[in-house]
Design a protein around this ligand. Structure first.
Ligand code: NOJ
Length: 702
């Protein structure tokens, strides 16, 4: 029987209380959980849990525990509806990949797809069939700690990588037990929290919402993402959890999304604190009417919805629609046919190919920000100091939001450097800054492993500075004064203000929080076994005072002709230190021969030849940008519209071709309506958002 008919049959025989139960997600730690499942009052379980630093998961997930819960739902609850069991599995499960912002620096949908596939395989083996990922929030403000969880500042890049993540998590068919349901979050606009402060209020115009913050979600929905999480903050006074226009009009009606919408943690209850609901009953009603199908951990639907329907305050049709979506997702996952996880499934955690994929992802995520020629290092003959607070760190390599990573499998950067350097190299270490400085004087080169620990990155870890944490710059200054060449290996979950680092260090390798195999990837790059190829998915400002600073800003009415005099601050340039898309290699690439060829009335192809002009093989991420020169609303000075990663041997050339059609060149106008306006466009093909070959083309009609 067709799924919708099966859902009809179920809805007919379920009591109102059971229907409301489907709309409730409870934490695994809830004491009454089994009782609620047994009564048919639980649709979903979130396996939440905070790991204790240094101990691995506090409460490890096991298939047998989850099967036991599932058995209660199937065998003992009135309608026998399976549970949907979710967990935050963001960039890996037991095998941890780089943080999403790091993977975004790979500009590789393949990397992101594979990371999600591995995470799905490992998590589903333990009974998890739903992940709260990918995070698709555009972030233009690195003070916001959650910038670490997403794919950066650009809607095009974020959309491409978001689609890849959905494909990786969900596979071709969610009935395959090695897949997990994806949840695109946090819909929408969360990254624009004022002041970069988490959960803070948001103001976004209609055009900016449509052009910047929504495209990644729309792309994920088109790619089949089965669930969406509503964002915490309020948008112009309407908390997203109660935002009917976003959750229903745009998402469900305009985009045709037929999966389920879940609130964020306790967010329905928080409608009271936003000051839009007088009590929990009103909060329940507002969220349900807006289109939140499932309540994550607030108990508000559980306590209030039955009463709301019985009193006539809420039509039962609202409940039926939400339950229909939840059941649809459960059917899609095949849970009615196969609710249990095979406890005899071969062990997939930390499989060799998973670790290899994590190493490849980490390698492609490294961004070489500066190199005066000191890198790559010789493996032999050097005295190398490996200092800094993160040199011997292990858990820090996971980043801030990892529940299941196996810390025992992580080797520190210091140890990987020791293993990778040959016997002829001498490696010096030190615990304290003073000792490090003394020893540094004997070194040919110092590798300073520094940046942000995990308590400074991620949810609720926002900062008012983008400088290195206390003490780190002073150490670099002292090394500089001693004239010791220094390579900075930087771990962080955000862009940092590195002007002073840039002035004092010989080389800077941006490593983000690189995951289980990150240290190996870093050592490979430092000693030239691999050639860094990542490019920045976010702008690196000179100072926090420039924030928000992003490449795809609109022009002003007063541009200055000479960029170098383009000083809008009296005390600082207005240009970034490192622009969006920027990253160096151990080889060099040259761009030549930009060609723009009409291909029908409203299509052009744009190509350029890229040559590896250096002595090493390397990957280059070729980027295509456009500007709509005159339009009914002012359009960004540049917008990414294509990219390609090409691998070139020394001397090798490749012509990279992009296609641009009217649908790539249109935009949402001030009223939120999609429009394509014929006219002239500037186009660039180049190595980053600040450089490239440029040309123009005109499209006369759509
Ligand atoms: C709150 C976070 O905002 C969200 O990203 C996460 O998925 C939920 N907590 C569940 O842990």
């Amino acid at each position: 029987m067709a799924v919708e008919a099966q859902i009809d049959r179920l809805l007919e025989r379920m009591s109102l209380a059971e229907k409301v139960g489907q709309m409730c997600q409870f934490p695994i730690s809830l004491p009454q959980l089994e009782d609620r499942i047994r009564r048919g009052m639980a649709g979903s379980v979130i396996y939440s849990g905070t790991p204790l630093p240094g101990t691995g998961p506090q409460d490890p997930v096991t298939a047998s525990r989850l099967n036991r819960l599932q058995r209660i739902a199937i065998e003992e609850s009135p309608s026998g509806i399976p549970l949907l069991i979710g967990r935050d599995v963001l960039h890996g499960y037991k095998t941890v990949f780089p943080i999403p912002l790091g993977m975004a620096a790979s500009w590789s949908p393949e990397v992101v797809r594979e990371a999600a596939r591995v995470a799905a395989r490992e998590a589903s083996a333990d009974g998890i069939r739903w992940t709260f990922a990918p995070m698709l929030d555009i972030a233009r403000d690195p003070r916001w700690g959650r910038i670490a969880e997403g794919f950066g500042e650009d809607p095009y890049l974020c959309s491409a990588l978001g689609v890849a993540a959905v494909q990786g998590f969900q596979g071709d068919n969610l009935r395959n037990p090695e897949t997990v349901l994806a949840c695109a979050k946090h819909y929408a606009g969360y990254g624009a929290a004022e002041g970069g402060r988490d959960y803070n209020t948001i103001e976004i115009t209609t055009a900016t919402m449509r052009n910047v913050y929504l495209p990644s979600f729309h792309a994920a929905v088109q790619a089949g993402a089965g669930s969406i999480m509503a964002a915490f903050p309020d948008l112009g006074g309407v908390p997203v959890t109660a935002h009917r226009e976003l959750l229903t009009t745009i998402l469900k009606e305009e985009w045709g999304f037929d999966g389920l919408v879940i609130s964020d943690w306790a967010a329905i209850d928080e409608l009271r604190y936003h000051g839009v609901a007088a009590d929990r009953a009103e909060a329940a009603r507002l969220a349900a009417r807006a289109g939140v199908d499932m309540d994550m951990a607030a108990d508000v639907y559980f306590d209030e919805l039955v009463g709301q329907v019985e009193s006539g305050a809420l039509p039962e049709t609202v409940i039926d629609e939400a339950v229909r979506r939840i059941l649809r997702v459960k059917f899609r996952l095949g849970l009615f046919d196969q609710p249990y996880t095979d406890e005899g499934r071969a062990v997939v955690h930390l499989r060799d190919d998973h670790l290899q994929a994590a190493r490849d992802a980490a390698a492609k995520s490294l961004v070489l920000l500066k190199n005066d020629g000191i890198l790559p290092l010789e493996k032999s003959g050097l005295t190398i100091g490996v200092f800094g607070p993160l040199a011997d760190a292990r858990r820090t390599l996971f980043g801030s939001w990892v529940l299941d990573g196996v810390e025992d499998r992580v080797v520190s950067i210091l140890d990987r450097i020791r293993e990778t350097a040959a016997d002829g190299a001498e490696i010096l270490t030190a615990e304290l800054w003073d000792d490090a400085l003394k020893r540094a004087q004997r070194c040919d080169v110092v590798i300073a492993v520094m940046g942000e620990g995990i308590s400074r990155s991620g949810e609720d870890n926002c900062t008012t500075t983008l400088d290195l944490p206390p003490g780190q710059q002073a150490f670099l200054d002292a090394l500089h004064a001693l004239r010791v060449p220094t390579v900075v290996v930087l771990l962080a979950g955000r862009s940092l203000a590195l002007e002073r680092v840039d002035q004092t260090a010989s080389a800077i390798l941006m490593a983000w929080h690189p995951g289980t195999e990150g240290a190996q990837a870093i050592a490979d790059a430092l000693f030239g076994d691999a050639n860094p190829s990542g490019k920045l998915p976010v702008t690196f400002p000179r100072t926090v005072g420039q924030v928000p600073l992003y490449y795809n800003h609109r022009p002003t009415g007063r541009p200055l002709p000479d960029d170098r005099k383009h000083t809008r601050y009296v005390d600082q340039l207005d240009s970034p230190l490192y622009p969006f898309g920027y990253g160096l290699s151990y080889t060099t690439f040259e761009y030549r021969d930009l060609r723009i060829t009409p291909d029908g009335p409203s299509v052009v192809t744009v190509s350029a030849e890229v040559t590896n002009t250096g002595a090493r093989a390397g990957d280059e991420i070729v980027q295509l940008y456009i500007r709509d020169l005159v339009a009914s609303i002012s359009r960004p000075v540049k917008e990414l519209k294509g990219f390609a990663r090409v691998s070139l041997a020394p001397g090798e050339s490749q012509t990279v071709t992009f296609r641009l059609a009217a649908e790539d060149l249109g935009f949402y106008d001030a009223t939120g309506r999609w429009t394509f306006e014929p006219g002239t466009f500037a186009v660039w093909v180049g190595p980053d958002s600040a450089r490239g070959l440029s040309g123009e083309f005109t499209i006369d009609s759509a």
